[in-house]
Design a protein around this ligand. Structure first.
Ligand code: KG4
Ligand code: ZN
Length: 333
């Protein structure tokens, strides 16, 4: 079954064709990062306008690259939430128009479930149940994937998402947008024990996250350095901040997997491209007898292939949409 999928929930305009939920035939991604960079973050209105201009061309490119035509497709899938409402609406409208005009089924996909499904594309033999750490610009979740349709949130952020914290700290350190890759790079040249920032574990046995206290601690540190007119070593602050985030993510995820009695742990979302997270999670997973899975960096950040994979599992389990499908900015798993 070949599904053409569309992803426009934030600042990537992406179109893919995925076969039977596992095989990527094409995955075109047009990133608007260079357009939003100068504003220090994504401007929703600008994102929507660029989706409108680019999407039809990206669909054409995707078909051309895969050597397919519309008549080869079996269904149309689209992210319908969570995300920026204007941005989501562009993808949803286009998908509805395509499904209607081609007489194909329409499948709405939850963006977070899509991030998790990126692991199915990377690891053809991976099957639920497993625990997933979903860490992106908008979400930090620990999700138990019991089967292809049963997702249970065990823990989530109470304030900033991990990627959001990276982006904000990167901005104050003058490292630019997006902050994750910039901090990842800078941290490699810094001392991660230069500043002991707090690790926020919340209540005992809670699998929730909180990164706003850490963010304030970094800001307070920078302000006090400036007031005392002392030099700031950006790489050291980046490395120390990063270690404080990653230690908490790894510790909670491993503990949660053991408690849930699963033997597999997956990572998903933009922050799962982080080199220290991959390294530390690998080490701890091995120590605890857990198998670790994560997608290639291009499948960690927003892309339509992950939506095509999740759409397949929705479809074969009877979950389809109709032409009343709407963008739902706060769509829950
Ligand atoms: O999954 P994603 O592309 O979009 C959302 O659904 O939010 O994630 C984007 C987030 C951004 O906050 C970005 O800074 C972060 O992922 N990110 C990283 C890395 N690459 C992207 N964070 C840490 N280290 C990275 N290497
Ligand atoms: Zn995302």
């Amino acid at each position: 079954m070949k599904i053409l999928s569309i992803e426009t929930s934030c600042d990537e305009t992406s179109v893919a064709v995925v076969e039977d939920g596992r095989k990527v035939l094409t995955n075109r991604i047009y990133s608007q990062i260079d357009i939003h960079k100068k504003y220090g973050g994504v401007v929703p209105e600008i994102a929507s306008r660029n989706h409108v201009m680019k999407l039809p061309y990206i669909i054409e490119e995707a078909l051309e690259e895969s050597g397919l035509s519309f008549s080869d497709l079996d269904a149309i899938a689209v992210t319908n939430g969570p995300g920026l409402v204007g941005a989501l609406l562009i993808g949803v409208s286009e998908a509805k128009a395509l499904a209607y005009s081609l007489g194909l089924p329409l499948i709405g996909v939850n963006h977070i479930e899509g991030h998790i499904a990126a692991n199915f594309l990377q690891h053809p033999d991976l099957e639920p149940p497993f625990l997933t750490l979903v860490v992106s610009g908008g979400h930090s979740h620990l999700v138990m994937v019991r089967d292809y349709q049963t997702f249970e949130i065990i823990g989530k952020t109470r304030d900033d998402a991990a990627g959001e914290a990276y982006d904000k700290i990167s901005r104050v350190l003058g490292l630019g947008y997006p902050g994750g890759p910039a901090i990842d790079r800078a941290a490699k040249k810094g001392n991660s024990h230069a500043v002991e920032f707090p690790r926020v574990f919340l209540e005992k046995d809670s699998y929730d996250f909180s990164f706003s206290g850490l963010k304030s601690a970094v800001l307070n540190y920078l302000n006090s350095k400036k007031m005392k007119e002392e030099p700031i070593v950006v790489e050291d602050v980046a490395a120390s901040f990063q270690l404080a985030v990653i230690e908490v993510l790894v510790e909670k995820a491993i503990h949660c997997a053991l408690e849930q009695k699963v033997d597999k742990i997956c990572m998903a979302g933009g922050v799962s491209a982080n080199s220290l997270l991959r390294e530390m999670m690998q080490e701890k997973a091995k120590e605890n007898g857990l198998a670790l899975y994560y997608p290639a960096p291009i499948l960690c950040t927003d892309n339509a292939a992950m939506i095509g994979s999740m759409a397949y599992y929705n479809y074969i389990n009877g979950v389809k949409s109709d032409l009343y499908l709407n963008a739902v900015p706060g769509l829950k798993i």
